[in-house]
Write a protein that binds this ligand. Structure first.
Ligand code: KIV
Length: 289
């Protein structure tokens, strides 16, 4: 910790090392995430949108908490991520930050919060850091966002890139389809990955691309790649937490591995509660004053 802040942490918001307040792990920072690639240490990323999930994921060893705009589909009930606003991401980033995680908190830049101009992009990225407490921001796209990335990095904001099946382009793609299957598209993705690294990104999400391309991008870049449907050759992996937990009831892509059936567990618990109330078994004497 001492390499970053004389008071013991990069920002004063967390109490790293205090039990229940982020655990004894050192704070994860963007330079530390890059260092993990150099050490060959796989980087674990999960989405988080609320305080308890952030706390549990952090205590489980997750290294990056992404307040993804997947918020729109898995929490807010939208059909795509397009309606998500900067205010939505700010609200949920603050909740995640209140968990005082040792993990790096990355706030996703929603659709139309960075496409209008580089100034708009910088101002919104600044809000996510300044008002939301995020450690970094993420945005989708390659060449078209490289100048905006450079502005953010110059302002001191760590940026995570995102290439491949970028969900904010669902209308242009005509659906959620695996990207870069052809040679020309693969070359373009590779070129854009290099452009994002040159612009200053500290990491790059690769979504919905052939595994072989995931390996190639990961080999060629000095910054870590974080895969989601991009094969095991990436430097880290991310899943949407609601998919992993079995809490999202919509379509599950092939790359999702379900580690729990919390949706089923919730349904069972709610059904038992309904039955207990209907039968006047709840509350008991011990649960009453
Ligand atoms: O919004 C999100 O959750 C994401 C991840 C799937 C990478 O962008």
């Amino acid at each position: 910790m001492s390499d970053e802040h004389p008071a013991g942490g990069p920002t004063p918001r967390r109490a790293a090392g205090v039990p229940g307040e982020g655990g004894a792990r050192p704070r994860l920072t963007a330079p530390r995430i890059i260092e993990m690639k150099r050490r060959g240490d796989p980087i674990v990323v999960l989405t988080a949108y609320d305080f308890p999930t952030a706390r549990i994921a952090d205590q489980s060893g997750v290294e990056i908490l992404l307040v993804g705009d997947s918020l729109g589909t898995v929490v807010l009930g939208y059909e795509s991520t397009l309606p998500v606003t900067v205010e939505d991401i700010l609200h949920h980033t603050r909740a995640v930050v209140r968990a005082k995680p040792a993990a790096l908190v990355v706030a996703d830049m929603p659709f139309m919060s960075y496409q209008v101009s580089d100034e708009q992009a910088l101002l919104n990225a600044g809000r996510l850091v300044k008002e939301g407490g995020a450690d970094a921001v993420k945005l989708e796209g390659g060449e078209r966002v490289a100048a905006a990335v450079r502005r953010m990095v110059e302002a001191g904001i760590p940026v995570m890139g995102h290439l491949g099946l970028t969900p904010q382009s669902v209308l242009a793609f005509g659906g959620y389809k695996v990207q870069a299957r052809g040679e020309a598209d693969q070359e373009r993705l590779l070129r854009e990955a290099h452009l994002l690294e040159q612009a200053g990104c500290f990491s790059l999400v690769l979504e919905g691309i052939p595994a072989r391309l995931g390996v190639q991008v990961s080999r060629e870049l000095g910054i870590p790649t974080i895969g989601i449907g991009a094969g095991v050759g990436c430097d880290g992996q991310v899943l949407v937490t609601h998919d992993l937990l079995g809490l999202f009831l919509g379509h599950q892509p092939k790359f999702v591995r379900r580690y729990a059936d919390l949706g089923g567990a919730m349904g069972e618990a709610f059904t038992r509660f309904v039955a207990d109330v209907k039968a006047r078994r709840f509350p008991s004497d011990a649960e009453s004053y």
